[in-house]
Design a protein around this ligand. Structure first.
Ligand code: NAD
Length: 370
């Protein structure tokens, strides 16, 4: 299976494969860069085999699933480096994936086994919550290592990062709407939110308070009901949310949603949401969106609120809510700079953000060497 030759491998410092026969743990930790500080990023627990279930023989399906996991962890960890650098954090970029269905195998024993692997990295990688992991699972991993953040309890615990992520998405939408539509507030701006889970639900709350018109979707009925309880929202089928005739499309479910099948149907003039890796192929779809006149707010800038919230916990520092909030609000200013550069240079926002992040990381690495 290619790692060094994978299209997602880009100067990663360390990739660790972890297995524990007793608990069924199969996991990968990718440390992309520690130039800006210890690598920080969530633990994604995902059933990569589910997409290949119909394949025969089953060992081929398993290989494909493992390839997907490698691709995911490499791309996500690099995204964390860029995200943390652009948010001005003293954190590098890392990520981990656990392969399997968390509902079936995500026991406290398995999480403790994974915690022991994290511990072996001696603080090179700090884990946090991501899709498929919960605060309780993080706490179980934390019994075997102190290199876990985003915990509910403890002297420096910062708790659930989702409200901070949602605030960052909200200010990103405001910044993009101001830039593209020339509107300084969101009253009557129509936003379509794909996925009303942890982040999406808080985002809907912000949007309704700001007077926006909100359309939502989700694949879980109880999540839709929770959003409906917040106020007047229109519900559409998950298959059509990207095609809603609206001002802003906010992907807050999983990645890969901006692809050749969906982009031609998008009617929004702004895309800004929490999901990681929204572009199926970066460098292809961000240019496509630009050419179609759609303003794409790079996902890792938009969703940095969560890691901004967690930074102090990694460094064992105490910060006030106001200090954290001020940092999250700065996401809007960073985006405005990128939007202006994109207009000036006639290049996609994603490419400009990547270059800025790479420059920051290279400068930090050079300063460290010196
Ligand atoms: P979550 O799992 O709580 O929410 C995702 C929601 O999307 C769920 O309600 C799920 O049912 C729904 N969903 C899944 N597939 C869907 C589909 N095809 N159509 C419509 N809805 C669908 O996750 P979250 O913590 O809210 O994170 C959302 C996204 O933001 C993820 O991509 C995550 O990686 C990213 N993110 C989250 C944070 C955070 O602080 N939680 C931080 C940074 C990035």
């Amino acid at each position: 299976m290619p790692v060094f030759d994978s299209r997602s491998f880009k100067d990663h410092e360390q990739v660790v494969f972890c297995a524990d026969a007793e608990t069924g743990l199969k996991a990968i930790i990718a440390v992309h860069s520690t130039a800006c500080g210890p690598a920080a990023g969530g633990i994604r627990f995902w059933d990569y085999a589910a997409a290949h279930k119909t394949m025969a023989p089953s060992d081929v399906a398993e290989t494909r699933a493992e390839q997907d996991a490698v691709y995911d962890v490499l791309r996500l960890s690099r995204g964390m480096s860029y995200k943390n650098a652009m948010a001005g954090l003293r954190l590098g970029g890392g990520k981990s994936v656990i392969i399997g269905n968390p509902k079936k195998i995500g026991t406290p024993d398995l999480m403790r086994a994974f915690g022991r692997y994290i511990d072996r990295l001696s603080g090179t990688y700090y884990a946090a919550e991501d899709v498929g992991t919960s605060p309780a699972m993080l706490a179980a991993a934390g019994e075997a290592t102190s290199f876990v953040s985003g915990l509910d309890d403890g002297e420096f615990a910062t708790g659930d990062p989702s409200p901070h992520t949602a605030l960052g998405v909200f200010v990103s939408i405001k910044s993009a709407v101001a830039h593209r539509l020339g509107k300084q507030d969101l009253s009557d701006v129509h936003v379509a939110v794909q996925g009303v889970g942890h982040v999406g639900l808080y985002l809907v709350e912000h949007l309704l308070k700001a007077g926006a018109k909100v359309t939502i979707t989700d694949i879980v009925a109880s999540n839709i009901e929770a959003a409906q309880a917040l106020g007047d929202v229109t519900v559409v089928d998950p298959k059509t949310i990207h095609a809603v005739d609206c001002d802003v499309f906010a992907p807050c479910a999983l990645g890969g949603g901006l692809n050749p099948h969906t982009i031609p149907d998008i009617k929004a003039s702004v895309i800004a949401g929490a999901a990681n890796n929204q572009l199926e192929h970066e460098g292809v779809q961000d240019e496509d969106l630009r050419k179609r006149g759609i303003l794409y707010a790079p996902d890792y800038l938009v969703n940095a609120g969560g890691i901004i919230s967690v930074e102090a916990e990694v460094h064992r520092e105490k910060v006030t809510d106001a200090e954290r909030e001020a940092k999250v609000l700065r996401i809007g200013d960073t985006l405005t700079k990128i939007f202006k550069s994109s207009d000036r240079e006639g290049r996609p926002t994603g490419a400009i953000a990547n270059e800025m992040a790479e420059d920051i990381i290279a400068a930090k690495a050079a300063a460290k060497k010196a």
